[in-house]
Design a protein around this ligand. Structure first.
Ligand SMILES: O=C(O)CCC(=O)C(=O)O
Length: 220
């Protein structure tokens, strides 16, 4: 679905946070970097769990990291205004490489418990770095849709209906960290994204009205 559709649900879309050259440079840096399997957090411990998340994290060079971090932090005030929160600087961005078959099952980036703590993630941000296409071709990927759950009135807990956002290279989407989202399996090519999170010191109400991810909206 078009990003403007998601803006109507309060998500923030920046259509071109990174230009085409920067996207290409970041992808090259990710290809050159050491890559490790991404982990998930379970009650304070981090572990590889390929039934929930299968992707790799590229440890890019410090210059690439700084460029991306600066671009993300250039949006901090805008995002603070949009989400009505005093956001602090973003967490160290994660550079994510999804090969064919890789995915990230629906999850939240922050629980209510985190939201009560000063260090909790409040706003999540994802930057897309390459094109999606149904047909395999150089530099594109298929599948790998970033879907959001619980946006529709008849699905308030996000138990089933995921709406896929099609992000063009360089675009950023930002959303409350308690919103359930996931990445469907990549069907061809290699998908590149960057994820980061903005924390804040002030507690907020749980805008999404849920305490944890009950149910599993992942299609079988
Ligand atoms: O790669 C993406 O599009 C999303 C990554 C994600 O959901 C996360 O890191 O929490």
């Amino acid at each position: 679905m078009d990003p403007s559709f998601f803006a109507r649900f309060g998500l923030y879309i920046e259509p071109q946070l990174l230009d085409a050259d920067t996207c290409a440079q970041v992808r090259a840096a990710m290809d050159d970097a050491q890559q490790v399997e991404a982990t998930i957090e379970d009650e304070g411990t981090y572990e590889v769990d390929r039934s929930h998340r299968k992707t790799r994290l590229a440890k890019v060079d410090p210059e690439t990291l700084a460029v991306v971090r600066d671009r993300l932090n250039s949006l901090r005030e805008t995002l603070s205004g949009h989400f009505d929160l005093e956001l602090q600087e973003c967490e160290k961005p994660q550079f994510l490489v999804y090969e064919e078959g890789d995915f990230f099952r629906p999850h939240m980036d922050s629980s209510d418990k985190d939201a009560d703590e000063a260090s909790g993630r409040r706003v999540s941000a994802v930057i897309f770095l390459n094109e999606t296409s149904e047909e395999p071709a150089a530099g594109v990927y298929g599948g790998g849709a970033l879907s959001f759950y619980g946006l529709l009135q008849d699905d308030p807990k996000g138990e089933g209906i995921g709406l896929p956002l099609v992000g063009s290279p360089g675009a950023l989407v930002a959303f409350p960290s308690q919103m359930i989202h996931g990445v469907s399996p990549v069907t061809h090519g290699r998908r590149y994204t960057i994820a980061s999170w903005f924390p804040t010191g002030a507690p907020i109400d749980n805008v999404w009205g849920r305490t944890q991810h009950e149910g599993d909206p992942w299609p079988s």
